[in-house]
Design a protein around this ligand. Structure first.
Ligand code: CIR
Length: 265
């Protein structure tokens, strides 16, 4: 297999991140299929391991307080889109999550000089993949056509090109099924890769049976992958990436993976 360059591309380089502590209410987090509630201590431990891994990768992490009224509020990625040049407040598609943005707004205003806001439709950050040359927006049950089109217009004010694509049916978020692992390379499930959305990019297809590993996260010189997906870890290692495995069993029960727990720039 061709190995990836060992120079970190800009789209994978991060110095800052925001995370939010899980509250006790996290046990009531949204899930498409109820396989039982996550264990609070387990979520807290997975979150703490994630913060440590970000810091070990050279990222300065601001930890925001838990919001008990919002069970899913630790998944800060869905509330906003951030770039070195500014931020965009989103409008999450799940009604129970809409109020999270009011708590993120003052944080973004403190951290960014330019903060725009999506004013119509809905878009979750989990549906948005920033690559080296575009910002892919996957329409899904959470991100609608109106929100996606409005987001493309806001991105243009940052000089960024938004491209609207489709998330496979039944998949929560676009990034449930993919992650950018290098400037022009994605890790993706077979179902998403075969839809043709990554034309012109190199695609590493997640081995069958390990689909949940697709929500990986490249941070600087390493890529975070959920524990328990040895064939995906091996695939990424053979491609020349340094793999860090992190526990995701409890957050997995509420349909989350590794990108959702932070906003990074
Ligand atoms: C939700 O359904 O909104 C949460 N339980 C999981 C959100 C995961 N977010 C993400 O992948 N960006």
């Amino acid at each position: 297999m061709d190995r990836l360059s060992n120079v970190t591309p800009d789209a994978c380089r991060f110095t800052q991140a925001l995370v939010r502590l899980p509250g006790r209410s996290v046990v009531d987090g949204l899930r498409a299929i109820d396989r039982g509630a996550p264990c609070l201590a387990g979520v807290v431990a997975e979150h703490a391991a994630y913060v440590r891994a970000l810091e070990a990768a050279g990222v300065s992490v601001e930890v925001l307080p838990a919001l008990e009224a919002f069970a899913d509020s630790l998944f800060v990625e869905d509330t906003a889109l951030v770039f070195p040049e500014g931020a965009i407040l989103l409008r999450p598609g799940a009604p129970s999550r809409a109020g999270e943005c009011a708590h993120m707004e003052p944080v973004l205003r403190r951290r960014f000089s330019k903060v725009l806001a999506l004013e119509e439709g809905h878009a979750d950050g989990g549906d948005i993949l920033t690559t080296s040359d575009s910002v892919m927006i996957g329409r899904s049950a959470r991100t609608d056509a109106v929100g996606a089109a409005a987001l493309v217009r806001l991105l243009a004010t940052f000089g960024r090109r938004g491209v609207v694509v489709d998330t496979p049916p039944g998949v929560l978020h676009f990034k449930t099924d993919c992650a950018l692992v290098d400037g022009g390379t994605v890790l993706a499930t077979a179902r998403l890769a075969s839809s043709g959305v990554f034309k012109g990019m190199r695609v590493l297809v997640v081995p069958e049976g390990e689909e949940a590993a697709a929500n990986a996260l490249r941070i600087n010189d390493r890529v975070f992958v959920g524990e328990g997906y040895p064939r995906t870890a091996d695939l990424l290692t053979r491609a020349g990436l340094r793999v860090v495995t992190l526990p995701v069993q409890q957050i997995g029960l509420i349909d989350a993976g590794l990108s959702c727990m932070s906003l990074r720039w």
